[in-house]
Structure formats: structure tokens, C-alpha cells
Write a protein that binds this ligand. Structure first.
Ligand code: SAM
Ligand code: SF4
Length: 344
């Protein structure tokens, strides 16, 4: 197979087979051409604007034990916190003052955030005029339905990997089928659904990554968040090889080629691996950034992996720095909600 011909095919038709994707994933010499093609497709389909989503990490308590994650229940080294309803709403109010149009409420699977409690939080935030994204893991259909009715618009739930055996190895006591069920429930309820994977998990094959990208298309995902896996010394995967940025960037760029109009964040994990990782991502297919507006100790204690970029910034300092960098590369900050498909 000829990589240049495949890149052209992807750019023009947005379709590649699993074998074609695998070929491109295996060919390191094609990386730059893939990044450039993804940048053109991004510009053509979603324009130059960058959508900012204010991230509130409202609890680092989690009942699960994902082998890769610093927040796993069995990690005794984490200083655990759970924000009060008032604290969450106060941060959402600050998001409005900072000029954001979307808040993302993200947390571990914390049993204290019952359906009733989440509904109450959502009902207090909705009148602020923000789009609301939730990312709090696996819940029942009825929970997702109640959250939607209370004002949630979008939901982020990464599939992490579509290799079922690997998924269940790294997510003990969780089932791949339930993860899929959640994603389908969210779609059927009318959420804008975000999914994605960790790139660089031990034993993850390039073929499985090719399948992951086709899965995003099959699901009809509205957003795709791709994180390089960064080993955390407080987890069972602590001895995994140190990651580099390029493989995750490449998966992101291929995702843009195949799903030309979806929202794709330049993730914090990408910035953590390389000083300008976020900007490089925005020039290789990404069109979203999720600035963290969590403050103080909580900001540092939401430690999925070591060295998380921006953990020591204040929310305003971060926004100023980001806006300056975006201006330098000719990418304006969007003043809209940044829906996947325009709402009428
Ligand atoms: N608990 C929810 C869930 O798992 O969907 C949301 C919060 S969870 C911390 C958000 C994402 O963090 C996960 O989907 C996972 O991909 C990512 N993550 C966890 N550990 C990581 C690590 N060591 N390196 C990079 N990303 C990681
Ligand atoms: Fe919990 Fe999410 Fe971390 Fe898994 S990835 S341990 S569900 S916070």
C-alpha cells in the first residue's frame, strides 16, 4: 500500500478500511503528512475557531480501580475531596464570568453523587446559560435520562480501548458490554456523546487502535478525546514505558480524517508530554481546549498521572496564556457554544 495515496483517499472520502488504517499507523514516515492533512480537514469542516470548555473536577473519589488511573479506589496516596453543591455552582458562575459557554463536570465514580444530587446541581447551573457536559462514568439509563431532563447536554465517556479483553484486564469488575450500553443509551437520549481512547496502554495493538477509530465512526460520536496513557507511579501500570506525544497525535489526526466535523480536544495529557503539545494538537486536527477552572488544592489533587500540565496555574492565568498562544497561531477563541451540529 502507498501511504500518500491512502492519506489522499482519507482526506477526500473520509473512509479507510481497518487494514488501510493499520498501514498508516505502522508507517512512521507518514506522520507529518497525516498531521497536515488533518489540519486541512479541520479547517474545511469546523473552521479556525477554538471552542473552550471550562473543566470542573468536582470529586476525586472513585469506587473503581482502573489500573491506569491515579484516582483508583485502591490508591491510598491520594488526598480525597468532594466539592459541595454550592462549590460546584460557584465555580460554574466563575466560568460564566471568565467568558466560557460550556462547563464540563468531571469526576470519579463517586457514590455520594446520587441521581438526586446531580439533578439538583444541574438545575442550579442550567439557568446560568451554560451548555453542560458531564463526565462521571457509568450510570443507569434512568440516571442519564434524569440528568438530560435537568439540563445536561453532552456526556464524555471514553471507551478507553475496543479490545474487550484488554478493557476488562485494565478495568477490573467493569464490563465492556456495560461501557457500550452506556454509550448507546447516551446516544439514544439525545446527548452529544464524546468518547475516545488511551493511546499507548501496555499490550494495546495498532490493529486494535485501527478498530477503535472505526468504532468512533460506527457509534456516531460527536466528540473524540484521545489521551496518551501516562504511567502513574502509584498504580499497577507504573512500570509501563514512558510515553511520547506522536502516537496519540497520529491517532487524533487519523480520527479527524475519518470523522471530519466532530469536536476534538487538544488534551491536557498531550500538553503534559511536550511543552507545546496542545498547540501541535490544534495544528493536527484538534479544535477544542478544556481549560481546568478547578482551584487550589483540589486542582492539584485530581492527579490521574504525574506532572499534569497547568496544575499550578490559576484559572485566569491559564486562560490569558492560552488566548495569547492561540492568537499567535491565528486561531480565534469561539464565542459560541460549539455544538457538533448547529441547534435550532
Ligand atoms: N471517571 C470517569 C471515567 O472514567 O469516565 C471520568 C473521569 S476519568 C479520570 C477521565 C479519563 O482520564 C479516563 O477516561 C481516562 O482515559 C483518563 N485517564 C486516567 N488515567 C490516565 C493516565 N494515567 N494517563 C492518561 N489519561 C488517564
Ligand atoms: Fe475512576 Fe475514571 Fe479513574 Fe477509572 S478512570 S479509576 S472510573 S476516575
Amino acid at each position: 500500500m502507498d501511504s500518500q495515496a491512502l492519506i489522499l483517499k482519507a482526506e477526500q472520502t473520509h473512509c479507510l478500511t481497518e487494514d488501510e488504517l493499520l498501514h498508516l499507523l505502522q508507517d512512521d514516515s507518514a506522520d507529518e503528512a497525516i498531521f497536515q492533512a488533518a489540519d486541512r480537514v479541520r479547517q474545511k469542516y469546523v473552521g479556525n475557531e477554538v471552542h473552550l470548555r471550562a473543566l470542573i473536577e468536582f470529586t476525586n473519589i472513585c469506587k473503581n480501580n482502573c489500573l491506569y488511573c491515579g484516582l483508583r479506589a485502591q490508591n491510598p496516596c491520594v488526598h480525597r475531596y468532594r466539592m459541595s453543591e454550592d462549590d460546584i455552582v460557584a465555580l460554574a458562575q466563575k466560568a460564566v464570568q471568565y467568558g466560557y459557554k460550556t462547563v464540563v463536570l468531571q469526576g470519579g465514580e463517586d457514590p455520594a453523587f446520587t441521581t438526586e444530587k446531580m439533578v439538583s446541581v444541574l438545575q442550579k447551573i442550567k439557568p446560568l446559560g451554560l451548555a453542560i457536559t458531564l463526565s462521571l462514568g457509568e450510570r443507569l439509563y434512568e440516571d442519564y435520562q434524569a440528568f438530560k431532563a435537568a439540563g445536561a447536554d453532552r456526556y464524555l465517556l471514553r471507551i478507553e480501548t475496543t479490545d474487550k479483553a484488554l478493557y476488562e484486564k485494565y478495568n477490573p469488575a467493569m464490563s465492556f458490554e456495560n461501557r457500550l450500553r452506556c454509550l448507546r443509551d447516551l446516544k439514544s437520549l439525545g446527548y452529544e456523546v464524546g468518547t475516545g481512547i488511551l493511546v499507548g496502554l501496555p499490550e494495546q495493538s495498532l490493529r486494535s487502535i485501527a478498530k477503535d477509530i472505526l468504532f468512533f465512526k460506527d457509534l456516531g460520536a460527536d466528540m473524540i478525546g484521545l489521551g496518551p496513557f501516562i504511567p502513574n507511579p502509584q498504580t499497577p501500570l507504573k512500570d509501563a514505558p514512558q510515553p511520547v506525544l506522536e502516537p496519540a497525535l497520529k491517532v487524533m489526526a487519523l480520527t479527524r480524517l475519518l470523522l471530519p466535523d466532530v469536536n476534538i480536544p487538544a488534551t491536557t495529557a498531550m500538553e503534559t508530554l511536550a511543552p507545546n503539545g496542545r498547540i501541535k494538537a490544534l495544528q493536527s486536527g484538534a479544535n477544542v481546549v478544556m481549560p481546568n477552572i478547578t482551584e487550589g488544592e483540589e486542582r492539584q489533587n485530581y492527579a490521574l498521572y504525574p506532572g499534569k500540565a497547568g496544575a499550578l496555574d490559576t484559572p485566569l492565568a491559564f486562560r490569558d496564556k492560552l488566548t495569547a498562544k492561540l492568537t499567535e497561531i491565528g486561531r480565534p477563541v469561539s464565542t459560541g457554544y460549539g455544538w457538533h451540529k448547529i441547534k435550532h
